[in-house]
Design a binder for this molecule. Structure first.
Ligand code: SF4
Length: 402
């Protein structure tokens, strides 16, 4: 019974046995791991409050507006005493090698989590189905499912539930699966048995801090979203700060660098589900001019069912204009930019003008766009293994980024 429905009356059930069965059902529904946490978030709400007070959430005003709800699960779902946290692996093993695309400045880099179907559409019905199975066994109970759809501190709950630990890059990280997974939650009033948290294993490593192209991980466990390329290319509604544009490189939607650098992502799992294993529209290795030529209708049609669609055509063009400005000068690249020099969007026109000015400077011998890209020479973990294992960061798992 969804929270907010009439009063729930669960049957008398063996909660230990029910917890075991929930884990089995979750597997049957395609989840790769599951855990159960209580609703005491410890110091996480204070860290979130400090992060917001420091302005590190940028323009994500909803983070500030909903901070109280994030901190108090009982406010979001009255009577909630447990959070079932579920992991769903997404690494698309059939995609072109991530580092090779990042090092190929004519190509577009799309965060690997976004190459397949919109994860909300995959996870949410499965969470709902899991809740329905629990209800069939236990009788009506209070619950609500979440998948990046409400103010939920998913990293904190995932860590409490034993799905991993919060890495220095602020994402949830597992010894067995790295960080290339989505999270979903079920808040419930059933007092299910808790699963154990796990120890952190970052140790003295700081590979993710050193690898971040923009220095957004300002200290271990502290992300300044205003510098994060995932924020700049997905969340930010407006101009990308000029000082950061050269550092964005060819990343047009999200960024995976902190995850690619993380040694634990050698153990990341290839997606088993075809919605994530299958790359849509060749987005793992597309040429920048080709994507820049998409009309609004083409963008809407091709990105239907993809998480990318929510940024809209204007931000899409803005991001690609920046990447084109960072690409080596060629008639194809400069021609693509000229094709949108008079774009109806002032935002797009301004980014195109910036990019063209860089190419003009490059061909005048003053500098080269590609020479300004700081993406080489960073310490890296090994490439994805032959089994397709590797490491995106996405804002969705950065809900509790403080
Ligand atoms: S790269 Fe190193 S410090 Fe960063 S999350 Fe991975 S193990 Fe932790």
């Amino acid at each position: 019974m969804q929270a907010g429905s009439d009063a729930a009356t669960p049957r008398a059930v063996d909660l230990d046995a029910l917890g075991d069965r929930i884990a089995v059902w979750a597997r049957e529904l395609g989840f790769d791991a599951i855990g159960v946490a209580d609703v005491d978030l410890g110091d996480a709400p204070q860290r979130l409050a400090d992060w917001i007070a420091a302005g590190r959430h940028g323009t994500m005003d909803y983070m500030a507006r909903h901070a109280a709800l994030r901190a108090a699960p009982g406010e979001l779902v009255p009577g909630a005493v447990r959070v079932i946290s579920a992991r769903f692996d997404y690494w698309p093993s059939a995609s072109r090698d991530a580092r090779a695309v990042l090092d190929d400045p004519d190509r577009a880099y799309v965060s690997r989590y976004a190459l397949g179907r919109d994860y909300h559409k995959v996870l949410r019905p499965r969470l709902q189905a899991l809740a329905a199975r629990i209800e069939a066994e236990a009788g009506p109970f209070g619950y609500r499912v979440f998948c990046d759809s409400a103010p939920v501190m998913e990293v904190a709950f995932g860590a409490k539930a034993g799905l991993g630990w919060r890495g220095k890059h602020t994402l949830l990280l597992s010894r067995d699966a790295g960080s290339a997974f989505f999270l979903g939650e079920i808040y419930t009033d059933l007092p299910l048995p808790l699963t154990k948290s796990v120890d952190a294993h970052c140790g003295t490593c700081r590979a993710c801090l050193d690898a971040c192209p923009t220095g957004a991980i300002v200290a271990p466990y502290e992300l300044d979203a205003r510098r994060c390329i995932s924020y700049l290319t997905i969340e930010l509604d407006g101009a990308i700060p000029e000082a950061l544009r050269p550092l964005v490189g060819n990343r047009i939607y999200g960024c995976d660098d902190c995850q690619l650098a993380c040694p634990w992502n050698r153990y990341a799992h290839a997606a088993a589900h075809p919605d994530f294993a299958t790359v849509r529209h060749g987005l793992d290795d597309a040429a920048l001019p080709e994507l820049f030529a998409w009309t609004r209708d083409e963008f809407d049609a091709r990105m239907a069912g993809s998480a990318i669609r929510r940024i809209g055509h204007e931000r899409w063009l803005r991001n690609i204009a920046v990447a084109l400005g960072n690409a080596p000068s060629s008639p194809t690249i400069v021609g693509a930019l000229h094709s949108r020099a008079d774009d109806p969007s002032a935002l797009v026109r301004e980014h195109v003008a910036w990019a063209l000015a860089r190419h003009h400077a490059a061909t005048s011998g003053r500098t080269t766009p590609s020479a300004a890209r700081p993406v080489t020479g960073m310490p890296r973990a090994g490439p994805p293994s032959a089994t397709g294992r590797a490491a995106n960061g996405a804002p969705r798992k950065r809900d509790d980024v403080a």
